[in-house]
Design a protein around this ligand. Structure first.
Ligand SMILES: Cc1cc2nc3c(=O)[nH]c(=O)nc-3n(C[C@H](O)[C@H](O)[C@H](O)COP(=O)(O)OP(=O)(O)OC[C@H]3O[C@@H](n4cnc5c(N)ncnc54)[C@H](O)[C@@H]3O)c2cc1C
Length: 379
């Protein structure tokens, strides 16, 4: 399609910053740019009709690490690195809430829990042994005492089976992911950011005074600088980056009268996670059953993962409770060999902010800002 003069002028000319991807990171980058320099022309392009990665498809846990996750991280990273990441997640969540307000994102601090089966007794004991230490470290980050505590007495109340122990995390919360991304989109649009959906960047080229982006739809966009915020899809534009796609599958039940629990729940070292959404249950995970198949940029469901989710829902989470599964879907994350994000310049006028892992709800607001701050240096 040929563009009119008006279309070219209004949408695609004199762009200061082109942001590729309208997930939580891309939109937060746009928010930061417009707050810092309101006169900038910021264009966000999104290839999907909606954001089509992870930001509208996730579980909405406002979490910063369960005890076994932190112990696992401590076995691979230094103490400093581990708690710096916890702090980033904590600060990121505060920023998300400040930016949008708790009501707009339906934030609730109903606590989080880690479940342990009988066969995970050694892991549970290791968590207990380190609980005082972890709580001290967390107190330095959050200012709150005794965030982790034993909660075995709640197993019966919640109605779980095959669960031997529970550890509660009093500072964990949950959000409504759909409301969050909608509020964020509306906020940046109100500030004058142009968000275009259905436009896919096929290539980015460096020019002497900026960049040219070619779209699959045949439109060329020139800008003074660009930020790539495409997370799990990053290598399609920047093949040199160490980011692998990782699909995550979830399901949601129909409303369950008298659902017995509220909160966010981590199970089997975090490979499974579930929460209430009102009186429904959202349940996801099982990527560890077949990492190879799930290393894909294609949305989709597999019987292997979905059958396991069904089994655990029936036997562990809602035993004896009648329920129906209403819907199933998947999302694509961006992961790497370590849990660090990649926020860096990739050439003279192009930067990237990618590799959020399973933490983008928590850190996405900050990572967007960090990416935008790098871009400002390029202008
Ligand atoms: C099922 C699931 C559950 C999760 N649960 C949680 C949780 O509870 N808590 C938590 O903190 N995190 C969770 N996450 C992770 C979190 O959702 C992500 O880390 C976060 O959304 C990543 O945001 P992003 O903006 O970096 O990427 P995305 O949201 O993936 O955004 C990237 C966007 O770029 C677009 N795009 C890609 N290529 C192009 C192109 N060439 N041109 C134009 N647009 C392009 C994509 O369509 C996409 O919309 C979960 C993820 C999934 C999938």
């Amino acid at each position: 399609m040929e563009l009119s003069f008006w279309e070219k002028e209004s949408y695609f000319s004199h762009v200061d910053v082109l942001i590729v991807g309208s997930g939580i990171v891309g939109l937060n980058a746009a928010l930061y740019l417009k707050t810092q320099q309101p006169a900038l022309k910021v264009l966000v392009v999104e290839r999907g009709l909606l954001p089509t990665g992870a930001s509208t498809r996730n579980a909405g846990f406002a979490c910063f690490g369960s005890p076994s996750e932190l112990l696992d991280d401590l076995s691979h990273h230094s103490e400093e690195e581990v708690f710096a990441l916890v702090e980033r997640r904590w600060r990121g969540l505060q920023r998300l809430r400040q930016n949008l307000g708790d009501q707009a994102i339906d934030f609730h601090r109903w606590g989080g829990y880690e479940l342990f089966e009988e066969s995970q007794q050694p892991l549970y004991e290791a968590c207990l042994e380190q609980m005082t230490y972890l709580n001290k470290q967390l107190q330095q980050v959050t200012g709150e005492q005794d965030i982790y505590r034993q909660a075995d007495h709640k197993i019966g109340e919640f109605g779980f089976k095959q669960v031997a122990h529970l550890i509660e995390s009093t500072a964990e919360g949950q959000i409504d992911t759909g409301k969050m991304i909608l509020a964020l989109t509306q906020k940046v649009q109100a500030l004058g950011v142009i968000v275009l959906n259905g436009l896919e960047i096929a290539s980015l080229q460096e020019e002497s005074a900026g960049i040219t982006a070619l779209t699959k739809q045949g439109i060329a966009i020139t800008a003074r600088a660009a930020l790539v915020a495409t997370n799990g899809f990053a290598r399609q534009l920047l093949p040199q980056l160490q980011v692998a796609p990782a699909r995550a599958q979830v399901l949601i039940t129909k409303p369950i009268p008298d659902l017995r629990f509220k909160g966010t729940f981590h199970y089997d070292r975090g490979y499974y996670y579930f929460r209430n959404i009102g009186n429904r249950v959202l349940f996801g995970g099982g990527r560890n059953l077949d990492f190879k198949t799930e290393e894909t940029t294609e949305m989709g469901l597999t019987n292997l993962v979905q059958n396991k989710l069904d089994e655990l829902l029936r036997e562990v989470i809602l035993p004896g409770t009648p329920y129906e599964v209403e819907q199933r879907w998947s999302g694509i994350m961006g992961v790497g060999s370590s849990k660090t994000t990649i926020v860096q310049p990739v050439s003279q006028h192009i930067c990237c902010a990618v590799r959020m892992g399973g933490m983008g709800v928590a850190i996405g607001s900050l990572v967007g800002e960090e990416g935008a701050a790098l871009v400002l240096e390029k202008l």
